[in-house]
Every structure is written in C-alpha cells, then in structure tokens.
Design a protein around this ligand. Structure first.
Ligand SMILES: [Zn+2]
Length: 297
C-alpha cells in the first residue's frame, strides 16, 4: 500500500527495453563489473566510458517489461513495474507544481524513464544491471533495472518496501531536477570526500526525493482527482530511511573493502543520507536542500 487506488496513470509514460549481454563478457570481467558497480551505483550522474564497448544490446534478444496493465494506483500497489509508472506520474505532477511555486522561471521538463533488463545503450555509454539505477544528463533519462530492488534486499540488506523503491526513483529524478536547475554545470560532481561536491550533489538528490515524498501525499492526480500518495506511516518512512542508510558510502565500503574511508566517498554516509532525505521530507522545500550552501553536510 502506498498510492491511492483510484489514481490513474498512462503506462506509455515509461519506456521498457534493453537486451541481454552480448557475448564476450566472460567470468574474467566479473571483478571489473563489481568495481564499476561500486563506483557507479547510485551515482545517477554519468557512467560514460565505464562499460563503453564491452556491452552492447543484442537486438535479437531485446526484451521489455510489459507495462500495459499498469493504469491505476491499485496496480502500482500490486506490481513493482506498475509502481514505477505511478511513481513517475506523481513525480512529474509534483515537480511541475513545486518548481512553479518555489523556483519561478524554471519550467519543469519531463525526463525519460526507461526500465531495462540486463544491458542498455544510453547517451552516457553502455550500462548493465550492475550499474544500479542512474540518470544520464545527456539524454535526460532515468534508467533502472527492476532487478536492483531484489539486489537491494539480498546484497545490501536494504528495505525494498514500496516507499523505499519510490525513494530510489525519486533520488534519480532529483538528479534531473539538478540538471534543470543548472546544478551539474555549477559544480564538479567528480570531487570526492565526505564534504566534497560529489557527496553534496548526491545528498541534494536525496533531499529532493524527500521533497517529492512531502508533496506527493497532498498533490492531486489531475486524471482522477485523488491525491497520489497516502500519507506514509512512520514504519514506511523508517523503511525508506533504512534503505538510504544501507546504500551509504560507509556501509558499502565496510561491506566490500572492510573499512570506510571518508576521503573517497561519493554519495555520503548512512547518517548524511538519512538526514538530508529527512530535511526534504519535513520541509518540502527546494531551498532547504541547498547542500552547497551548507558549511558542512
Ligand atoms: Zn545519485
């Protein structure tokens, strides 16, 4: 349970596709894929060159996820793929209104949203499921493999509860908002460290995800007249926060390299990610998400 059941969405809003990995990626590449994963997971910024050339879509096996049955909030509550459709719809509506009311002069523009399987070609280069969800500024598109939600639970011990999944999508949407606001151009998102520009960029995307959560439970779906999201319970919020923590740099580094090194962080610690998601959730304010103005994040 997450969305109000009568909410109506257009399943055509989300594209679906991708292809199986082309031959050539043998077991020897597994380590490389894991390394790429650690770098790219949740960057949401740019995976260009990371896998370029190694992966290609094979049109013969191209496949998509069927979204045609995804038309209502009830469908979104019942099926993960449909949850993506309604989440996108609510993000479009919420951000249209939030930008209009809070950032006059910047018009909302819908990003693309592609659900892929196995591998996908993007303006940022080729990517696989191992990249994790990401946003490519070059084609203004959010890419996500639904298998990531399973991975969140099994590999990271994160919650894959509905609101936690929606947080993941809303975080990537946050990077699109940054693109519209010119934030990418103003800062060097490659700068590492727990106070670096890269971490500030990611924490801001977490905060923007919170802004969506704040407004989605009061924003009306124009197609049905129903409010998109039911007001999240304390438990649902805790699940989203638990996911934000589980994908914190400190947790991932401790898990995969045995120790955390804050100088190399790119996304922020568990505590930082939870705190900025909460800031967005409680304030609903784009201005409060200005991680670049903060002395420390
Ligand atoms: Zn990100």
């Amino acid at each position: 349970m997450s969305f109000n059941e009568g909410v109506r969405s257009d399943s055509g809003r989300v594209r679906s596709g991708g292809g199986r990995r082309a031959a050539g990626l043998g077991g020897g590449s597994l380590l490389a894929v894991v390394a790429v994963f650690l770098i790219a997971q949740f960057t949401g910024v740019d995976v260009s060159g990371l896998l370029g050339g190694q992966e290609a879509e094979d049109p013969a096996t191209a496949q998509g996820v069927d979204l045609s049955h995804c038309t209502t909030g009830a469908d979104a509550n019942a099926h993960t793929e449909c949850r993506m459709v309604t989440t996108a719809d609510s993000l479009d509506t919420v951000w249209t209104q939030v930008l209009t009311s809070q950032v006059p002069g910047v018009a909302y523009e819908q990003p693309g949203f592609m659900i892929f399987q196995d591998s996908v070609s993007t303006a940022c280069g080729g990517a696989t499921s191992a990249s994790g969800p990401f946003y490519c500024p070059g084609d203004k598109t959010v890419y996500l493999d639904l298998g990531f939600f399973q991975q969140m639970e099994t590999d990271f011990g994160a919650s894959a509860a509905p609101l936690a999944q929606e947080y993941v999508v809303a975080h990537e949407w946050g990077h699109h908002i940054q693109n519209l606001l010119g934030t990418f151009q103003a800062h060097d998102s490659q700068e590492q460290g727990d106070q670096g520009a890269g971490v500030r960029m990611e924490l801001q995307a977490d905060c923007y995800a919170g802004v969506w959560m704040n407004h989605a439970s009061s924003t009306v779906d124009p197609d049905s007249g129903e409010v998109f999201l039911r007001t999240p319970s304390a438990e649902e919020i805790a699940q989203a926060l638990q996911t934000a923590a589980a994908i914190g740099d400190d947790r991932l580094q401790e898990k995969y390299q045995g120790h955390a090194d804050s100088d190399t962080w790119t996304h922020g610690s568990a505590e930082q990610r939870q705190r900025w998601l909460t800031t967005g959730l409680e304030s609903g304010s784009v201005e409060q998400c200005d991680t670049f103005a903060a002395d420390r994040v």
